[in-house]
Design a protein around this ligand. Structure first.
Ligand code: IMP
Length: 419
């Protein structure tokens, strides 16, 4: 199927970058449809980990086009830094990267406004990445935002920039001067970025019309989606597969949906997390899985896999198949637990995911662990029987096949299972 949509099934950080990178090898284009510099997609390139925040992951493959759809928001200076860093690594982007004029620009004042909002929330702070994402989407829907299209009327962009600077509360001399200089850089970077302006929907229609493959690259995860996630502890861009259509400007059509699921759960920032582990097992997962934010470096909260939530995400996204990541991290645990139902208000009713996740208690099934290290394992048959049983348990509970298993950070550390 020429359109493949890749989404995270949890609270982000499931390892979408690696899977998109693997799939991109056979694609003509990879297109980001949501989010901005809050995302951090880690891939290995020339033997080193590379974290991409705003540019599509597929650009690391020769000849693959990278597209940024109007559902995204862009921090122009940070995006240009990323583009420059890629060219220094020998990845030229000329003629390969197109950004929709409908993309909203993240002004440096947004980060200050966001910090003030988070302070005002006190104990109820969301724990955002601080990248100005919330204010950018807020202004988009309030119809007061700045788009890449505004670079074609520089006077208007400057006026919008000055207006937003005036909104920042309590700016003293130094902070005001600093924001002025960052705003200057923002305006310059926006003008440079306008050189990459392109007709993203048209390019996608062209590729699909020639039977080429387009990968729609989701950001964050289903449980952080503002409509379907753990509101208000969510991000501001849409994270589910349906958002790929509007976020890229393509008409609804058949798509293969690849759901990325980690073998355990993690979450950064605040919000309910029923299967969270605040003990040595949680620490084991954090250390072995290197669970520190790719964008902020914050330690991630860790816990058991919650199959009630995963089934909810699989159904919401219409997942065709699951890519199960970080399976190797579970190695060495005597037992592995998975939440299979919930007790408490609302119980396992899917609406509990939206209404009362903070009031449910997970009920666990205990599966045997395995002692050997499976990192880098590449064949299903060579996995310990307990690891295979875990994978089969996951697919039965979720009602979707696990077709890809990731057992380590490099491109080669994967097991493909045939249907
Ligand atoms: P924002 O997207 O920066 O507004 O943050 C809102 C919530 O989404 C916070 O809990 C963040 O930690 C979380 N979040 C945003 N982007 C990511 C991501 O790429 N991975 C994991 N969590 C994220």
């Amino acid at each position: 199927m020429p359109l493949v949509t890749v989404v995270g099934l949890g609270w982000g950080d499931e390892g979408k970058g690696k899977v998109v990178d693997l799939l991109a090898g056979g694609a003509s284009a990879v297109a980001r449809f949501s989010g901005g510099a809050n995302a951090g997609h880690t891939v290995r390139f020339q033997g080193r980990p590379v974290v991409l925040h705003q540019v599509p992951t597929g650009l690391l493959h020769d000849g693959v086009k990278g597209l940024v759809g109007p559902g995204c928001v862009a921090d122009p200076a940070a995006m240009l830094d990323e583009i420059d860093a890629l060219s220094r690594m020998g990845v030229p982007l000329e003629g390969r990267l197109s950004v929709s004029p409908g993309v909203h620009l993240v002004h440096p004042a947004y980060r200050l406004l966001e910090a003030a909002e988070e302070r005002a929330r006190g104990a109820a702070a969301i724990g955002t990445t601080g990248r100005g994402i919330g204010p950018a989407y807020t202004r988009k829907f309030a119809r007061t935002g700045m788009r890449l299209a505004d670079t074609f009327d520089p006077g208007r962009l400057e006026a919008l920039s000055e207006a937003v600077i005036r909104e920042v509360p309590g700016l003293d001399g130094d902070a005001a001067a600093d924001l002025e200089s960052q705003s200057g850089r923002f305006l310059e970077a926006s003008m440079r970025l306008s050189g990459l302006c392109g007709d993203v929907p048209g390019i996608i229609r062209d590729v699909l019309g020639r039977d080429g493959t387009v990968i729609a690259e989701g950001a964050q995860g289903t449980l952080l989606d503002p409509d379907h996630g753990t509101y208000p502890f969510v991000t501001s861009g849409s994270c589910t597969a349906s958002a790929a259509f509007t976020g890229l400007g393509i008409a609804p059509r058949a798509t293969e949906v690849v759901g990325i699921m980690k073998a355990y759960s993690t979450r950064v920032g605040s919000g309910p997390f029923p299967s969270e582990l605040a003990d040595a097992t949680g620490e084991h997962l954090r250390t072995r899985g290197n669970e520190y934010g790719a964008t902020t470096g914050r330690p991630r909260r860790c816990g058991w896999l919650d199959l009630v939530l995963m089934r909810y995400s699989v159904l919401l996204n219409g997942v065709s198949w699951i890519a199960l990541t970080l399976l190797d991290v579970l190695g060495g645990l005597p037992v592995i637990r998975v939440a299979t139902s919930w007790e408490g208000a609302g119980g396992t009713d899917p609406l509990s995911c939206v209404i009362g996740l903070d009031r449910v208690r997970p009920v666990y099934e205990t599966l045997p662990g395995w002692s050997g290290d499976i990192r880098g394992e590449r064949a299903w048959e060579s996995l310990p029987a307990e690891a295979r049983r875990f994978v089969e348990f996951v697919e039965t509970a979720c009602g979707a096949p696990v077709r890809l298993i990731s057992t380590g950070p490099s491109r080669e550390d994967v097991i493909w299972r045939t249907a």
